[in-house]
Design a protein around this ligand. Structure first.
Ligand SMILES: [Zn+2]
Length: 249
């Protein structure tokens, strides 16, 4: 424990247990991210009562993972040279939460909504997952990538395809009649998806789309404009694919 009674991260005069674990503004970010402020009895007084009520409540596993994560983050800041950012602390505790879930319930029996770490999800048996990404952030490059990806999937004979993009603007634009008129490629994508195949289109976070992101950047740096199909991934890409497969966020 720190020798001084003051909180070293904010101006609070006393760093008691509840300040350290819940009330310090520095750690509030974690509770905000996990949505704890709407949990029943989250703001009650008394550290022991609070821990007991939350650990036994509906969000018990998340609560315990956050508590443990915050404690480790505090110690990291006090005792280690390089302090974690809030993103780093969050990433670590999400992984630990998922480890607890995995240990208690088994990988396959955990409800999809229960995971905290953002992860790529394997498609169901018999489906192909098409992850697309454009270079830069323009809608046009995202749309081109999607169209090309759908075309390749169709030409290869895949008929059950789950297509993911991290561009939510593209998904919105595809539903917007006016924008489709303005950008003809959107209509071409709609035509492709209306063919007789089973294709769904949904958004994923950028963290779950890293292999496609890597390929988009690689393609943008290449002088050639030709379509390049790789049968095997280059080693840098392979690492990202293995990471997805192991579901490390
Ligand atoms: Zn504080």
């Amino acid at each position: 424990m720190a020798v001084s009674p003051h909180c070293t991260r904010c101006s609070a005069a006393e760093e008691d247990a509840i300040h350290c674990l819940r009330d310090c503004p520095h750690y509030r970010e974690i509770w905000l991210r996990v949505g704890a402020l709407s949990w029943p009895r989250f703001l009650i007084n008394g550290c022991t009562d609070w821990v007991r009520a939350q650990a036994q409540g509906r969000n018990g596993t998340r609560f315990v993972a956050c508590l443990w994560g915050i404690w480790k983050w505090r110690n990291n800041m006090l005792f280690e040279e390089v302090g974690w950012s809030v993103g780093e602390a969050w990433r670590r505790l999400c992984n630990e939460h998922d480890d607890i879930e995995r240990f208690m319930n088994g990988e396959d029996d955990v409800n999809d909504d229960s995971w905290m770490a953002r992860r790529w999800k394997a498609p169901p048996e018999g489906h192909v997952n098409l992850c697309v990404d454009g270079s830069g952030c323009s809608l046009l490059s995202e749309a081109r990538a999607l169209k090309l990806g759908l075309q390749v999937a169709w030409d290869r004979g895949y008929r059950d395809v789950i297509c993911n993009t991290d561009c939510s603007d593209l998904l919105k634009a595809l539903e917007d009649d006016e924008r489709r008129q303005f950008l003809p490629i959107l209509g071409e994508i709609r035509d492709l998806t209306s063919r007789s195949w089973n294709v769904s289109l949904s958004g994923i976070s950028r963290d779950c789309n890293l292999p496609a992101d890597w390929l988009a950047k690689k393609g943008a740096a290449s002088p050639s404009m030709d379509l390049c199909l790789l049968d095997n991934p280059p080693s840098e890409l392979e690492i990202l694919i293995i990471r997805d497969r192991l579901a490390f966020p």
